[in-house]
Design a protein around this ligand. Structure first.
Ligand SMILES: [Zn+2]
Length: 302
């Protein structure tokens, strides 16, 4: 019996076959169709058929979305992919014959993967932040993922960090997401590229893709401007993490998502900065997500 996981991101849908030991045995990716629920479901059905390769015995189709999901597997709001009030689970059930269809928030899925296999295994109280196109986040309480008192999940990325700050995709201003996402780093990189000075501008002039990775790469290579920008980024992220530490006093803070690929280059400044911003002057361990880039695909089917 097959389990198929789909991780819908702001730019790419990653999908894979997940075996009974939660290992991905086959994988594929497609660009994310935006603002079109029918196209989204059609693509999921087509990729499911491709991954199943004629095997009709599908046990689970799990889909993670970068947005809030209700208890019936419907999308409440996923602005990064332009979907709002979409009964995604029902639409997939109408197209794919499977024993079980699951639709869940992407950060929740990543945390489920960490609870089962990775950095949150055995943890009673934890916080996880996923730094991607947006900022996802979830809480582990009593060793289990906390889905919110009204079952809509937790939106840590939309806690306020900068009152009256930049407009967030959610419609509010100054959310953590506006300063701590890959999109925020990309915005900084674009500004640096326009400024014409430093390694970011030079590489952009040579045709490099101007994104979060370019800024991080230049900072790791010691470029002064990139280092300064990245220092501002980790300052903002440390403020955000410290707020959650003060709320929950977690044993572990897990950092996942695309930006976590920077590893200790990202985590060491956080480990240095966060304790000083916390009420107790100390905090639990700050560690990188361990289920890796495929946590969304695996977490979708758990
Ligand atoms: Zn927001």
């Amino acid at each position: 019996m097959l389990s198929l996981g789909f991780d819908i991101g702001g730019t790419t849908i990653k999908a894979g076959v997940v075996d009974e030991n939660y290992v991905i045995t086959r994988k594929t990716a497609r660009p994310t169709p935006k603002s079109d629920p029918e196209a989204m479901c059609g693509l999921i059905a087509a990729v499911a058929a491709e991954l199943a390769g004629g095997d009709c015995d599908i046990d689970t189709v799990g889909v993670t979305v970068p947005g809030s999901v209700d208890k019936d597997g419907g999308i409440i709001d996923a602005w990064n992919i332009g979907l709002r009030n979409v009964p995604l689970k029902k639409m997939i059930e109408a197209r794919i014959h499977a024993r079980r269809v699951i639709v869940r928030n992407d950060a929740d899925a990543a945390a489920e993967a960490e609870l089962l296999l990775g950095a949150l295994k055995g943890v009673e109280t934890g916080v996880m932040l996923t730094l991607g196109t947006g900022v996802g986040g979830c809480l582990v309480l009593g060793g289990r993922l906390f889905h919110g008192g009204l079952d809509r999940g937790t939106e840590l990325g939309h806690a306020m960090l900068d009152r009256g700050g930049l407009l967030c995709g959610c419609g509010h201003r100054g959310c953590i997401e506006t300063l701590c996402s890959a999109t925020a780093l990309k915005r900084m990189a674009e500004k640096a590229a326009e400024g014409g000075e430093g390694m970011i501008a030079r590489l952009a002039g040579e045709g490099a893709l101007v994104d979060a990775k370019l800024l991080i790469d230049c900072a790791e290579n010691g470029d002064e401007l990139a280092l300064k920008l990245f220092d501002g980024y980790t300052d903002a992220l440390a403020d955000a993490v410290a707020s959650f530490v003060n709320v929950l006093d977690p044993q572990v803070i897990v950092i996942g998502g695309g930006i976590s690929a920077a590893g200790d280059f990202l985590l060491d400044p956080l480990r240095r900065k966060v304790p000083g911003k916390c009420f107790f002057g100390s905090c639990g361990s700050i560690i990188k997500a361990q289920a890796g880039n495929d946590a969304g695909i695996i977490g979708a089917v758990i």
